[in-house]
Design a protein around this ligand. Sequence first.
Ligand SMILES: [Zn+2]
Ligand SMILES: [Zn+2]
Length: 290
Amino acid sequence: MPLYLEYYFWLLLISVGVGVLERVWPRHPGQKVFRAEWDQDLFWLLFNTHFVSWMLALAGVQLARWFQAALPAGGGIPWESLRLLSDWPWLLQFAVCFVVKDFIEWNVHRLMHVVPWLWRFHRLHHSSEQLDWLAAFRGHWAEMVILKLVAYLPMVVLGVDDSVVFAIVAVQTLLHEVTHANLPWGWGRLGYVFNSPRLHAWHHDVALHGRHGQNFSISLSLWDWLFGTAYLPAQPETPARLGFEGMERYPRGIWGRLWDPFGSGARGGGGGKASPQPRVPEAPSGRDGG
Ligand SMILES: [Zn+2]
Ligand SMILES: [Zn+2]
């Protein structure tokens, strides 16, 4: 297989590129390359997040094909007629799938902040106290299973070319690293369409500036601006503290964090942002004059 079709080639190229940009234009100039928990994030990078997601993408494609082939006469489901995108030009397939998949992921990400059992998995991603390209890879494997299956299966059913799936994974890796990077950029007006390091830093803020948080965008910030979940103050430029409420009770080691959703996290321990916010008591109806 040519090198440019290897995911690790792009992962290495992108990571070195974004790492160099962080040295040249740091948002926090004092932040070290080998900051706290960098070694743990390297573990998530190598054995977890994107490795798992790429494997899942491949497995999902394969699984769907086996499933279709195994059903007698397709199980009465007109699979071929569902392959609506297979004859489209490559670029159009890419554009449509990129946008549709990103919108699906935005919705799932939002749910991860709202539904308590999903938050138990997702809060691993929010346990970073400093953001950089490497922090992008911190995430629970089960979150990847949920997110990627939901996002990739429709693409397979719609007959998207494998090379389109690969290109989307590579471009999303680039954007994912950039939005987590220690970079000050907000993209100006383009920031209303594309997620940026400035916007995403506020997603990692300990404080919730709306119901269950803000800036749920993965690649396109468009969804947050359209649906009123964007939060980007002029000042300060970056949040004072990253993480989530109650993080002091959250495990610090890799295995503790992997097990957490099934252990203390499942019992409601360890703190969390997705627990329903206390309701502001409604003003007594006395203002009507009784
Ligand atoms: Zn999140
Ligand atoms: Zn993030």
